[in-house]
Design a protein around this ligand. Structure first.
Ligand code: URA
Ligand code: CA
Length: 431
């Protein structure tokens, strides 16, 4: 087999067979196929697209390129959730204990944040003592005992995807549905999940800003998952403004604790209930997502969800007293209020701009090696659809410096206020 023939076939609109896809991906991973040939193939895929069968083959070829996590030592159906990334997206912190509290095992492998989106591990590490460096057998034991544990990414998962993503990044081929869908799904499948719930976000803070593109991506990922034997469900959710109020590590932990108490922001709570219902249903603990939702609500009401969070924190070395005393989480020395310059209704809050502002305060990493400040971030006070008077507080910066003019300016600019009546955007969209 020759790579040049594979490129030519795809260039001319042909359908690659499983052997050709395996040849290209395994050869590229080993270094036998050079970047320029793979770049030509990805560009041909960009223009010619891939059939459902090709997408599934590409995904599995990337899964086979590296280690695959074996979760078979954990009892039950392992359901993973994946979000395509957003700003102030506190859902994993809430969902992991919430879903575990009704008996669905959550064996979560998470990453650190980069750029304007935060990582679940960074958020959890704002709890004093909490750590994610646990070995495989401890991880399995914890999930069997408590139904939930979170571990940092380790091992050599999907090296083909890492190499391909870096290549796509510099050859203008990131933005291709078959390539994005196979990239995301290969990582989830290699992580060992039996079933997958996808939270595909759309809007200014999302990877897919456009709703139609987000919908197409969601469908493509569901089709891949279901065709390779992993039951996969997708939800389309709004990321035109940050989710909940808090953006920042310790601030989001506080928000998650409030949500597990039933006192969190309504949008965050609703998204957690919708995603959690699908997880519990796929996990075989309820006959329908509707029945699952009732179980989750009851778990919040009875305090069991919060108790599961406490147990989970404790088991990984964290100080559980933060649940009763969130003031023991890292706190920033300065709180700077951002005031409305005019009256009217908040018509938009650019989520990516808020994410970047939080990063500039120190909540996120500009580069892979940046050190982050777990205490800092932004708490929104007003969201889209709220009415404000001139001088009302729009948001509060939690800062480690008094001199935050640049961030103040950016947050102010992220808010648009209209003299027309504005209603809150929908949280969920039809798939
Ligand atoms: N996120 C991924 O993991 N892969 C892509 O290709 C795009 C976004
Ligand atoms: Ca939030």
């Amino acid at each position: 087999m020759r790579m040049v023939d594979i490129i030519e076939k795809k260039r001319d609109g042909g359908e690659l067979n499983p052997e050709e896809i395996e040849f290209a991906i395994s050869g590229y991973t080993r270094g036998d196929i050079p970047d320029y040939q793979m770049a030509a193939l990805t560009m041909a895929i960009f223009f010619r697209d891939m059939s459902p069968a090709e997408r599934a083959e590409l995904t599995m070829a990337m899964v086979r390129s590296g280690d695959q996590i074996d979760l078979s030592g954990i009892e039950g159906i392992k359901v993973d959730k994946h979000s395509t990334g957003g700003v102030g997206d506190t859902t994993t912190l809430v969902l992991a204990p919430l879903v575990a509290s009704v008996g669905v095992p959550v064996a979560k492998m998470s990453g650190r944040g980069l750029g304007h989106t935060g990582g679940t591990i960074d958020k959890l590490e704002s709890i004093p003592g909490f750590h994610v460096e646990i070995d495989n057998s401890t991880f399995n034991d914890l999930v069997n005992r408590n139904k939930v544990a979170v571990v940092g990414q380790s091992g050599n998962l999907t090296p083909a995807d890492k190499k391909l993503y870096a290549l796509r990044d510099v050859t203008a081929t990131v933005n291709s549905i078959p390539l994005i869908a196979s990239s995301i799904m290969s990582k989830k499948i290699a992580s060992g999940a039996n079933a997958i719930v996808l939270d595909v976000k759309t809007g200014s803070g999302a990877f897919m800003k456009d709703i139609e593109a987000a919908r197409e991506l969601a469908r493509a990922m569901m089709e891949i998952g279901n065709s390779v034997g992993r039951r996969t469900v997708a939800i389309l959710s709004d990321m035109s403004q940050p989710l909940g109020y808090a953006v920042g590590n310790a601030l989001e932990v506080k928000e998650a604790i409030n949500t597990l108490r039933g006192q969190g922001p309504k949008d965050l709570e609703e998204l957690c209930l919708v995603l959690g219902s699908e997880m519990v249903y796929l996990g075989g603990k309820a006959d329908s997502p509707k029945a699952a939702r009732a179980m989750l609500l009851e778990s919040i009401r009875s305090g069991r969800a919060l108790e599961t969070f406490r147990t989970f924190i404790c088991a990984q070395g964290g100080d559980p007293s933060v649940v009763e005393h969130p003031d023991q989480l890292p706190t920033a020395p300065y709180q700077i209020e951002i005031k409305a310059q005019e009256c009217g209704d908040v018509s938009s809050i650019q989520a990516d701009a808020i994410g970047t502002a939080a990063m500039l305060l120190g909540a996120g990493r500009a580069t892979k090696d940046s050190v982050i400040d777990l205490a800092v971030g932004i708490v929104l006070v007003r969201k889209v659809g709220d009415s404000v008077e001139r001088g009302d507080t729009l948001a509060v910066l939690h800062s480690n410096t008094k001199q935050a003019e640049e961030v103040v300016r950016r947050v102010q600019a992220a808010y648009a206020i209209s003299s027309q009546k504005v209603s809150a955007p929908s949280l969920l969209y039809k798939l």
